[in-house]
Design a protein around this ligand. Structure first.
Ligand code: DQA
Length: 149
């Protein structure tokens, strides 16, 4: 079964109180707990990291080589301008699923661009916490953990 790393970028530690009308009422701990339960049920190993610092996320992506089969990444604001995170994803041979709580494409123009989108497997945006759950289901489908029609 796959080993999964869930990475969250800046300000996502404030979920629950941060602009709840956009990002919802769940905390990051709530979301991680849901992911952990589903992953355990499916027999996957799952690990979590949140950081407000670009370099920490880059270190985590590099460090995932040999330890993670998939990365679920919400790079938050770094999504829109971090070429360094994009290059880290391109440098490691690990499929990354980009997730966003909000639908970045129907928000401010500066959020419409994801510089990481061209180097990830795919993007899931706009479903709140379900964006993360959907990413996990994609991984389970692709690795045979659940049967997909
Ligand atoms: C976000 C969207 C980004 O534009 C924003 O900077 C975030 C969160 C999301 O999950 O909707 O911090 O990635």
């Amino acid at each position: 079964m796959p080993k999964i790393l869930v990475l969250n970028g800046p300000n996502l530690n404030l979920l629950g109180t941060r602009e709840p009308e956009i990002y919802g009422a769940l905390t990051l701990a709530d979301i991680n707990e849901r992911l952990r339960r589903r992953a355990e049920e499916a027999g996957c190993t799952i690990a979590f990291l949140q950081s407000n610092h670009e370099g920490d996320l880059i270190d985590a992506i590099q460090g995932a080589r040999g330890t993670a089969d998939y990365i679920i990444l919400n790079a938050a604001a770094f999504t829109h301008y971090s070429i360094a995170i994009r290059d880290a994803i391109a440098a490691v041979d690990i499929p990354v699923i980009e997730v966003h709580l909000s639908n970045i494409h129907r928000r401010e123009a500066f959020r419409h661009t994801s510089v990481i989108a061209p180097v990830v497997l795919g993007q899931i945006a706009g479903f709140g916490a379900e964006s993360y759950m959907a990413a996990l289901e994609v991984i389970l489908c692709r690795t045979g953990g659940i049967s997909c029609a």
